[in-house]
Design a binder for this molecule. Structure first.
Ligand code: NAP
Length: 363
């Protein structure tokens, strides 16, 4: 198969660099285009990294010598790549939303990590193991906006990535979950680079991340929703109470979850079997970035741990542990996922693989 040239918007940032790193040996996609702020435009990629290369390994040599373009130069992107991964920041979310729309209108599909379009009713917010079918809305999105080949797909906030797959697996088997109380312990890489100052976070836990609890509570509703009449109708069958904290961990968001079932409460071994056997569309399609097993369970009392478990299944799996009865709700457990891999660049790549395999990329 001929490699597909792809672009990365915000390629110099924390998530952008993770894209460059993860795509280095991709069997289908090749990084052909990198873009960032006007301050970086015109420089070679390796020279534009103001804080250096901050992810694993070395800068892939073919990307190091690419000249960084201005994110606003949509025509140039159109000439050089088939679609883009969007991971750029701007002072105002509205500017990101509008620029992503300009790309889509210019026939360039956008796979976004930004939150700007997560609330847009006809934009799918994908965790492909859960709601791959939300891609069905793309023809309606294109028709409503007069776009021909372009479209926008987003991925959710990294904070929900660790707990929503185990919850969905149980719902899918007919176990009605009524209430969830979740506390997240989120890695510093989730705030970009340099992010939180070392003075603030070392020897500390920060009990507030602006806007994070709202996203953690609301985004699952859209993901668990259904497509009807050109919109994604949210499913609000669960009450979610979230507290989001920042902890001195480099990568890997941990969530501590207590949950309450409706009429039917499964046995502990039933839950473990459901999680172990859970598979979704990426596994059926054998997508290159799909974890072989989306939910791994660790039996040790002191796992999962970010340092030891975040790279499980290429950093694309959820790792659960400590499932036990809860004296207040029904069960409680701990879950972990890699925030800059599954929760950011790896998740974006999986979305693009799914769209390609499903025939939504006109290549
Ligand atoms: P970051 O490290 O701060 O990188 C920001 C990127 O945006 C850089 O490439 C930067 O280019 C570019 N940029 C900044 N100002 C710009 C402007 N005015 N015009 C055009 N480009 C501009 O941020 P990040 O952590 O990679 O996050 C990127 C996006 O992914 C955000 O929307 C974030 O919410 C989302 N996200 C992050 C994570 C995570 O774990 N970090 C997880 C999920 C989603 P220069 O280098 O030229 O300034």
């Amino acid at each position: 198969m001929k490699e597909i040239p792809v672009g990365i918007l915000g390629a110099t940032g924390m998530v952008g660099q993770q894209y460059v790193h993860l795509l280095a040996d991709h069997p289908w996609f090749r990084v052909a285009y990198v873009a960032a702020s006007p301050q970086s435009a015109g420089k070679k990629y390796k020279d534009a990294l103001r804080s250096g290369w901050i992810v694993a390994g070395e800068i892939p040599s073919d990307v190091a010598k690419l000249v960084v373009q201005d994110v606003a130069d949509v025509e140039r992107a159109k000439a050089e790549c088939a679609f883009v991964f969007s991971a750029f920041e701007m002072p105002d979310k509205d500017m990101i939303r509008k620029l992503e729309e300009v790309y889509a209108a210019a026939d360039i599909p956008v796979f976004s990590n930004a939150s700007a379009h997560r609330g847009t009713e006809d934009v799918p917010m994908l965790i492909p193991e859960i709601n791959a079918h939300h891609l069905d809305i793309i023809p309606q999105q294109q028709k409503a906006r007069g776009w021909k080949k372009g479209f926008i797909v987003v991925k959710p906030n990294c904070s929900i990535q660790s707990y929503i797959a185990p919850i969905h697996a149980l719902l899918q088997k007919g176990y009605d979950i009524k209430r969830i109380v979740v506390t997240t312990m989120q890695a510093v890489s989730g705030a970009g680079y340099p992010g939180v100052s070392s003075w603030d976070v070392i020897d500390n836990v920060i009990p507030y991340i602006g806007g994070e609890e709202e996203k953690t509570q609301s985004e699952p509703y859209k993901i668990l929703g259904h497509v009807k009449g050109g919109q994604i109708i949210p499913w609000e069958g669960i009450n979610i109470s979230a507290t989001c904290t920042r902890v001195p961990v480099s990568d890997g968001h941990t969530a501590i979850i207590s949950l309450e079932f409706g009429k039917k409460k499964p046995r502990r071994d039933t839950i473990l079997n459901i999680w172990k056997s859970f598979r979704g569309e990426p596994q059926k399609l054998d997508l290159p970035f799909a974890p072989k097993q989306p939910i791994h369970y660790r039996n040790e009392d002191d796992r999962p741990q970010p340092k030891r478990d975040r790279d499980t299944d290429k950093g694309m799996a959820v790792i659960a542990g400590r499932l036990r009865e809860c004296p207040v709700l029904d069960y409680r457990f701990v879950a972990l996922s890699h925030n800059t891999v599954r929760g950011a660049a790896g998740g974006g790549i999986l979305n693009a693989e799914l769209a390609f395999k499903k025939g939504y990329l006109d290549i």
